[in-house]
Design a protein around this ligand. Structure first.
Ligand SMILES: [Zn+2]
Length: 378
């Protein structure tokens, strides 16, 4: 677990469980997407499944690195660079069970197999969790089940887990990884130990980028760090799908709009074009991905990029405010607050299934409304 970036509080809590030999049989790793929850779950599983853990002078326990289990984990690390690392993870260790929505693609049930990947079907839980949970571990040293994106389990799937949570088998550990903890049933949450993960700081994201994407020029890397907002998952998406172009297509016209007060008539369609382009690329890169889910994901990324930009502009506007002039700060901040509420409105429209193109056009117009106000008054 020493190689995990950031997350000192979560790692301390987990190390403490290992040192005191009080590992909770069911845990929820929750926090923003892409900050290392799943990676930590795998690293923690390595510690739990090691046959010969070593304890240092401070009482910290760590995996030995040479037992049969550790060797299997080492083969995993080598497979990390592949396009779908969970595919390698799923088959690498007989007592490490990774449950993801993608497992539906391999179901014996043709109906489960052909559906779009927007949830984890209860059939997948039965086949890959409840079934193996009742068998003895292959290496005779415990079993770990990790459910990634656990919020994608519907109520039936979550209820199916309850029995395992209520009657834990010794040496069997369940980790639910989620970025939307509120979507887990209270009955699930109350039976699990909750471990909170937070966003990483920009320095950590920058370091990760220079290690994994040394090919990026300085300006692009800086843009990606801003876009990532502390999430390596977002950083990695931005690099893979070249989202730096979103900055040129959407943020640059917003900047011009705020500065010159002249309308940017193509802003709404530029927003729509970026969202649609990302969703199409996502669907073509992921077998069985649903276009609707990809649209939502793209729109959510777009919304957070715009509101994050508005927040940064507010922060720099706040620094320039004259404290002696009442009303000055309000006048400088108001347009960007308007942009943030335009994004909130955009997100609620998306949730009520308004046509995506219309939502994007509407967002473009609302941004005009918010920003032109300032340009005229200053
Ligand atoms: Zn070991």
């Amino acid at each position: 677990m020493d190689r995990i970036l950031g997350q000192p509080a979560a790692l301390d809590a987990l190390r403490n469980q290992l040192a005191t030999q009080r590992v909770h049989h069911a845990q929820v790793f929750h926090g923003p997407a892409g900050v290392g929850k799943f990676t930590t779950a795998i690293a923690f599983a390595r510690e739990l499944l090691c046959h010969d853990s070593v304890t240092d002078l401070q009482g910290n326990q760590s995996a030995c690195g040479h037992c049969a289990s550790c060797k299997l984990f080492d083969t995993l690390n080598k497979a990390d660079d592949s396009d779908d690392p969970t595919a390698a993870l799923r088959s690498a260790h007989p007592d490490l069970h990774i449950i993801t929505k993608e497992l539906a693609l391999f179901s014996d049930d043709a109906q489960v197999r052909s559906r779009k990947l927007t949830s984890i079907p209860v059939g997948v839980i039965q086949e890959h969790l409840l079934g193996p949970a009742s068998h003895s571990p292959a290496l005779n040293h415990g079993k770990v089940f990790i459910v990634d994106e656990a919020e994608l389990l519907n109520n039936t799937g979550q209820n199916a887990l309850l029995k395992t949570l209520e009657e834990p088998t010794a040496g069997t550990y369940l980790i639910l990884v989620t970025s939307s903890e509120h979507r887990l049933l209270p009955t699930i949450r109350s039976r699990c130990q909750r471990i909170a993960f937070g966003p990483l700081d920009d320095v950590a994201v920058s370091r990760w980028l220079s290690e994994h994407h040394a090919e990026l020029d300085e300006q692009t890397a800086k843009w990606v760090v801003g876009f990532a907002q502390g999430s390596l998952g977002r950083a990695s998406l931005a690099v893979r799908f070249e989202l730096v172009e979103w900055g040129t297509a959407v943020l640059s016209p917003m900047q011009r709009l705020a500065k010159s007060g002249r309308p940017e008539p193509n802003l709404g369609s530029a927003i729509g074009g970026c969202v649609d382009g990302f969703a199409a690329a996502w669907v073509s890169a992921h077998k069985n991905a649903s276009k609707e889910a990809a649209n939502r994901r793209a729109a959510a990324l777009m919304g957070s990029m715009i509101s994050n930009y508005a927040r940064r502009r507010m922060a720099s506007a706040a620094q320039q405010c004259d404290p002696q002039t009442p009303g000055d700060s309000e006048q400088r901040l108001e347009p960007w607050l308007g942009v943030i509420s335009a994004v909130t409105e955009f997100e609620s429209q998306l949730n009520s299934n308004v046509n995506l193109k219309l939502c994007c056009e509407g967002l473009g117009m609302a941004i005009h409304g918010a920003l032109l106000g300032v340009a005229f008054s200053s």
